[in-house]
Design a protein around this ligand. Structure first.
Ligand SMILES: *Cc1c(COP(=O)(O)O)cnc(C)c1O
Length: 378
């Protein structure tokens, strides 16, 4: 089945009891056993397993073309579980020099205390990655593409070859692209990470995360740790995420079309000094993005020529774009990463320009979005 069909049907057969077309919200913590040990379908406690969560996990595994998926209460819970499953004290990890601030914070402030070290490497420089991997024999390479918030494009296939050449795993955070635009496991990644809070949920009404593995090798360990550490997605959150993912393809098409119009308008605007959007032919990752993605995504970043204060003022003047963190919902959002989403990376190699604005371009009418940005830029 094709992507659009899987998004609606994978893991979501009509309920065998009633024929309900939508998987029910199994809002239960526990399950009646038919005699001690006599579980129905293996369900004994909802941290260990829940049918609504299972429906979401099967759907996400299908969409990323993986062997199995695991749904969590947030993207960070998914990342933490993955890293504590794959890494041991003494292990080293290569992370991108341009990554989600929370991911950086997890390595820098939490996992480093548990003996997992990290170093940042520019992943658009494959020789630098290769040198760092040869030096330190990392357990895994963490990649994000397009990157947040600078929208660089990383060559997943080439990075996978480098990682595997040094006995490391490649983990790819696919939150920005979504599986509709890019499937890292098909390109050589071993594990995909999602904040399903973003495009997969798509409506800014639920926080969630997921891991999808390429082959069965890590499935048992991840399932064990998902239950042992307990950061699972609740049934209602799983249901909301499933409801969102059904329309992922149509939403992404509109996100991409609107973002392309916004990027084009900003490129010609006198108040803007630089635009970051992989769909622009001048973007250094444009050709690579064309090859590895179906389209260029809904995120656009730009720098305000008049500086940091002016950028904050632009963020305060939009009327359709809502000033707020997060991304990937149907509504357009605007934010200043240096003071908001990426404040935790201040003073680190991941620090972002202070005059940068990041847009999550929603699926509203494109001309309303363009008018709003023009009035805010003055
Ligand atoms: C939001 C985000 C995360 C973290 O996910 P949460 O659901 O907020 O915990 C991780 N990676 C990227 C790229 C994100 O945008």
């Amino acid at each position: 089945m094709k992507f659009e069909t899987q998004a609606i049907h994978a893991g979501q057969d009509p309920d065998p009891l009633t024929g309900a077309v939508v998987p029910p919200i199994y809002q239960t913590s526990t399950y009646k056993q038919d005699g001690v040990g006599g579980t129905r379908g293996g369900y004994e406690y909802s941290r260990s397993g829940n049918p609504t969560r299972k429906a979401l996990e099967e759907c996400l595994a299908a969409l990323e073309n993986g062997a199995a998926a695991f749904a969590f209460a947030s993207g960070m819970a998914a990342e933490d579980c993955l890293l504590r499953t794959l890494c041991r004290p003494g292990d080293h990890v290569l992370i991108p020099a341009d990554a989600y601030g929370g991911t950086f914070r997890l390595f820098d402030k939490v996992l480093s205390r548990w003996g997992v070290s990290y170093e940042t490497v520019r992943q658009d420089d494959l020789q630098a990655v290769d040198r760092a991997a040869a030096n330190r024999k990392p357990k895994l390479i963490w990649a994000e593409t397009p990157t947040n918030p600078l929208l660089s494009i990383i060559d997943i296939r080439a990075l996978g070859e480098v990682a595997h050449g040094h006995g490391a795993l490649l983990v790819t955070d696919n939150t920005f692209a979504s599986p509709y635009l890019q499937r890292p496991l098909d390109l050589g990644a071993d594990v995909v990470v999602h904040s399903t809070t973003k495009y997969i949920g798509g409506h800014s009404d639920v926080v969630g995360g997921a891991l999808i593995v390429k082959d069965a090798a890590h499935t048992a360990d991840l399932a064990f740790n998902q239950n042992a550490t307990g950061g699972v997605a609740g049934p209602f959150d799983a249901w909301l995420t499933l409801r969102g993912v059904k329309t992922l393809a149509v939403r992404m098409d509109r996100h991409c079309a609107n973002a392309a119009r916004v990027a084009e308008m900003l490129t010609g605007h006198p108040a803007v000094s630089e635009v970051f959007y992989p769909g622009l032919s001048g973007h250094p990752g444009h050709e690579l993005a064309k090859a590895q993605m179906r389209d260029f995504g809904g995120m656009v970043s730009f720098r305000v020529a008049a500086g940091e204060r002016a950028a904050a003022e632009v963020c305060g003047r939009t009327r359709v774009f809502i000033l707020g963190e997060s991304l990937g919902g149907v509504e357009s959002l605007i934010e200043q990463p240096a003071r908001m989403t990426h404040a935790s990376a201040s003073g680190s190699p991941l620090e972002v320009p202070a005059d940068l604005i990041r847009l999550s371009v929603g699926i509203e009418d494109a001309s309303d979005l363009l008018d709003d940005l023009r009035q805010a830029l003055g």
